[in-house]
Design a binder for this molecule. Structure first.
Ligand SMILES: [Fe+2]
Length: 390
């Protein structure tokens, strides 16, 4: 029998080539004053930035603009929210990567309430957000976090006392997600690789998560098939291969829905302290740690052939296999090697390139969590995961 499960509402989704052109009418249907958040550069270099602003203005919308240059910190969100309190903003639109999505989601939630965002962050502030917000439209330009599908915004403070925490509420699911693969053609190769590895990690972690259900399984497996077909192509031919961009956009979207319902695993459990204490981009952490974490995960599950997570890892191993093998063990071994191969082909940087050192390992292991990972790794294994990427 299928175990009971629950599935939350999703944003309205407009997916496909050219769908960005529907933004002005969609925003106009909500209000007349738009707060537009964009990333720092690539959107403007691609020409899409001007096209979007012109489109909004043509629809007789008042457009206020803010640029988000990094993963959003409490300071950045508070400054923008403060500036627009009382400005009668009626719709917040975020056009950019995961950081811009998260910033937009957080700003739309913080404009209507008093105080700073830290007071409302999960596990930190102790204040409960009432869920009131300004309607929010998300339009991603990278295929990675899937934040356009989720009810949380990840907020980062980097430093000795750093953290990565979520502002979360059922009401924070965007009203509308416009996912147009043409918006991703100009995403640089390096960002395509790291964002793609974030989506890949989210799909695999939610697929084998202890909280997975038949709906997240269906989405995660379909997303993993898109990753197998399109991740390397998007990296190598990203400027002209719209099929690859489209497949990766779908994979990222599915990863967002899957993680929001099934939760994540140890790679993301490492990502919180690594991104909080040291300034390492989220996609780099995922791309770097995916192979070693899942290598140990397979090793720890291998003597439990009936374990549902091992059964799922065999299914994924077969999706990613380039050859036919006789034994399931051979598929699993090939998958472990494939993960290393993909990280190498995508030129995922080592953590040491961001200043990470051997002596930081105990602190990260201590602050990491397994989340919904299907099996525990020992402290030695966790240390080895980090050491292998220095
Ligand atoms: Fe992620």
């Amino acid at each position: 029998m299928i175990d009971s499960f629950q599935f939350s509402p999703l944003p309205e989704i407009l997916f496909g080539k050219g769908k960005r052109k529907e933004l002005p009418a969609a925003a106009r249907a909500i209000g007349t004053h738009v707060l537009l958040l964009t990333g720092s550069s690539s959107i403007h270099n691609s020409g899409h930035g001007d096209e979007i602003i012109l489109g909004l203005e043509k629809a007789r919308l008042q457009v206020s603009r803010e640029v988000i240059a990094h993963e959003p910190s409490p300071g950045v969100v508070d400054r923008i929210a403060e500036r627009f309190r009382g400005a009668d903003v009626q719709v917040v639109v975020a056009v950019g990567g995961g950081s811009v999505m998260d910033a937009g989601k957080a700003v739309s939630a913080m404009i209507p309430v008093e105080g700073g965002i830290t007071e409302y962050l999960e596990g930190m502030g102790g204040k409960e957000h009432p869920g009131t917000k300004i309607p929010f439209i998300a339009m991603p330009t990278t295929s990675g976090t899937g934040s356009e599908m989720t009810k949380n915004a990840v907020i980062s403070e980097v430093g000795e006392e750093g953290f990565k925490r979520s502002l979360r509420h059922d009401k924070f699911i965007p009203e509308l997600a416009i996912i147009d693969p043409e918006m991703m053609l100009s995403c640089p190769a390096r960002l395509t690789a790291t964002a793609g590895m974030d989506a890949f990690t989210q799909l695999l972690e939610s697929y084998v998560s202890t909280r997975s259900n038949p709906m997240t399984d269906a989405l995660a497996l379909q997303g993993l098939k898109q990753i197998k077909r399109f991740l390397l192509r998007a990296f190598l031919e990203g400027e002209q291969n719209l099929d690859a961009r489209s497949g990766m956009a779908l994979a990222a979207m599915f990863s967002g829905i899957a993680l929001a319902h099934a939760g994540l695993g140890l790679v993301h459990g490492f990502a919180s302290p690594l991104g909080g204490f040291y300034d390492i981009p989220h996609g780099v952490v995922c791309g770097s740690l995916m192979a070693p974490v899942f290598s140990h995960t397979i090793d720890n599950l291998i003597d439990q052939p009936e374990h549902p997570a091992l059964q799922k890892l065999i299914i994924v191993s077969k999706v990613f296999a380039d050859f036919k093998y006789k034994k399931e063990l051979e598929y699993l071994q090939a998958f472990k090697e494939k993960l290393i191969h993909i990280s190498n082909l995508l030129e995922i940087p080592r953590l040491s390139e961001y200043g990470f050192k051997e002596e930081f390992i105990p602190k990260i292991v201590e602050h990491s969590s397994h989340k919904f990972h299907p099996v525990k790794l020992s402290v030695d294994q966790m240390s080895e995961v980090l050491r292998s990427r220095i």
